[in-house]
Design a protein around this ligand. Sequence first.
Ligand SMILES: C[S@@+](CC[C@H](N)C(=O)[O-])C[C@H]1O[C@@H](n2cnc3c(N)ncnc32)[C@H](O)[C@@H]1O
Length: 234
Amino acid sequence: MNKWHVNIMTLFPEMFPGSLGMSLAGKALERGDWSYDIYNPRNYAQDKHKSVDDTPYGGGAGMVLRADILEKSFLDIKNPGKKIYMSPRGKVLNQKMVQEFIKEENITILCGRYEGVDQRFLDAHEFEEISIGDYVLSGGEPAALIVMDSCIRLLDGVMGNEETAKEESHSNGLLEYPHYTRPALWVDANGIKREVPNILREGHHKKIEEWRIHQAEKLTKERRIDLWDKYKQK
Ligand SMILES: C[S@@+](CC[C@H](N)C(=O)[O-])C[C@H]1O[C@@H](n2cnc3c(N)ncnc32)[C@H](O)[C@@H]1O
């Protein structure tokens, strides 16, 4: 049973636990399967305006979070564990990385704002930059919630059926096969009859498994040639 703790460095504490206070993650939080602490750099600001940022050296737009203030906040974390800075410049998050993150008992996530953070803080404390995709958010908090969500659902006991995690998209290098549920025959709003594939209704487990693998391979090949190429090389 892994207990997983996240230290979140953020200027917007009220954004947590956010969606992670609900559903499976919320129940897991109540049970103590995971926990979090907030470290708000604003509380470590020294001037009367509580400023945490300043203009960038070399000029340019926006403000940069100060290394000295971030460090004060960071040094209050007893067990930082793995250190992650949410950043569009980082390595793009994938399921393999998520599986590694949950092996850590403690993880510290720094949420940037404005133009980002002073590079010296990241270098001094060896933060790894992780991105959630090739686009730019206004802050690291939604990205941190995404990293946390993808991790929490894999913690022991969080998902009811452990098989779910083994078969789903990205866990075996393939996108997942399509799902169907009752009714077996459904007529859509345009009057078109849509039936569940027969093979899924015949109860022949081996054939169902083969059909699902075939569908997963077909989908991956059609939609994600990058994943398909990697899968074929395995
Ligand atoms: C407006 S962005 C700063 C972008 C930065 N000036 C750049 O061009 O790389 C503010 C903060 O949002 C977060 N952020 C934005 N896009 C992100 C992404 N794709 N993945 C993870 N975090 C992101 C980072 O923490 C970043 O410091």
